[in-house]
Design a protein around this ligand. Structure first.
Ligand SMILES: *Cc1c(COP(=O)(O)O)cnc(C)c1O
Length: 372
């Protein structure tokens, strides 16, 4: 059997008639920008997640940058982010003109550690000229961060919370869904995310309706509602009608796909937790299972062994952000964030998608158990 880390083909075969029909509708009406699909998709996203409103945008990165602009992040502002994430989280802060402050993660959940977060906020307040402005928790691999703790810290220090939920759409916590866990949430529809388009796309979900016209203005070059005058700095951050059409088709199977991802995750956890370190799943948490990563002691040997058994693996992430050349000047260098640095050496991703069969799951878990 030939396995893959992600499987975009099975789903596209399944949905092809519906996707074609929705794309054809766009070709018929010709409103390639801001067509009716965009508003309909935004409506469905908000309904599904429990957010008060959704604003479709051109990528997950723009879904981070636009709220940062709307919240007034600029020079001298510190934005606290975990160092164990995709580079887009740090890029977004810098593109908006702010300064990223890297925070270490929890060794069990791999998400931002609330204790370390408070220490960093105190350190910035006491020892730097930066003004603490906000927090971007990341829901790594689809596991929502500890929003109860993070929202409380934010409130105490007067900071905003912008969730980077690029990997966790479909996840949740204590009965609420991703999109309703933080005041503002950014997500991505890059093809391999839990809800993926056929190209780049993203969305901002918010509980603060007063932010919506500002977000809509920034995504449309900073214009007023009549689009006649620039009233703030903006960008071309729009979601295409064609991407919205594809995503509307994908939404019809999203809940079913989430159940399958959850079942794969549960089967992996049960079969592997005694031989490798699996990501902790705190009670009341709904893991979106965007990626399934474990910690192994000898990663090169482990990957070699799985490859020989026909099981592909990946590494997310082999280098924490604070050690990247582009971000090095914003931290204290190697050794400053020891948990991230350790995770980066030992993390490895296994195949995770909704269409894994029981035989394939057994092939993966068998190969892992033999490898360690
Ligand atoms: C994918 C991803 C992004 C960026 O999304 P794009 O749509 O590729 O711009 C941001 N943050 C995290 C954690 C991601 O995984």
């Amino acid at each position: 059997m030939s396995l893959s880390l992600f499987d975009l083909k099975t789903q596209s075969a399944l949905l092809k008639p519906l996707i074609k029909q929705k794309i054809e509708a766009v070709l018929e009406h010709g409103a390639y920008i801001n067509g009716p699909e965009v508003a309909e998709f935004e409506r469905q996203l908000a309904a599904l997640s429990g957010a008060k409103a959704a604003v479709g945008v051109s990528s997950g990165t723009d879904a981070l940058v636009i709220p940062l602009m709307a919240l007034g992040v600029g020079p001298g502002d510190a934005v606290f982010i975990p160092a164990f994430t995709y580079n887009a989280t740090a890029n977004a802060v810098l593109l908006a003109g702010g300064t990223p402050v890297f925070v270490d993660v929890d060794e069990a959940t791999f998400n931002i550690d609330p204790g370390q977060l408070e220490d960093q906020i105190d350190r910035i307040k006491l020892r730097s000229k930066l003004n603490p402005k906000g927090i971007i928790p990341v829901d790594l691999f689809g596991l929502p961060a500890d929003y109860a703790a993070i929202n409380a810290i934010a409130q105490k220090h007067g900071l905003f919370v912008l969730a980077d939920a690029a990997q966790s759409f479909g996840g949740g916590q204590d009965g609420a869904r991703v999109g309703a866990l933080a005041p503002v949430t950014a997500t991505s529809f890059f093809p391999s995310k839990t809800l993926g388009g056929y190209g780049d796309a993203g969305a901002i979900l918010t509980q603060d309706e007063s932010l919506v016209p500002v977000l809509q203005s920034i995504r449309w070059h900073g214009t007023d509602e009549a689009r006649k005058e620039s009233i703030r700095v903006g960008m071309n951050g729009r979601l295409d009608s064609l991407q919205a059409a594809v995503l509307l088709a994908k939404l019809t199977v999203f809940e079913d796909e989430h159940r399958r991802r959850a079942a794969v995750g549960a089967a992996y956890d049960a079969a592997l937790k005694d031989v490798v370190t699996v990501q902790a799943l705190p009670p009341g948490t709904r893991h979106a299972r965007g990626l399934y990563s474990v910690l192994v002691s000898d990663r090169p040997k482990f990957q070699e062994s799985l490859k020989a058994a026909g099981v592909p693996t990946g590494i997310y992430y082999g280098m924490p952000l604070h050690l990247h050349a582009a971000f090095r000047s914003f931290c204290n260098g190697p050794g400053s964030l020891p948990v991230c640095e350790g995770l980066a050496q030992h993390i490895v991703a296994l195949p995770m998608h909704p269409y894994l069969t029981e035989a394939e799951i057994a092939q993966v878990t068998g190969a892992v158990r033999r490898a360690v």
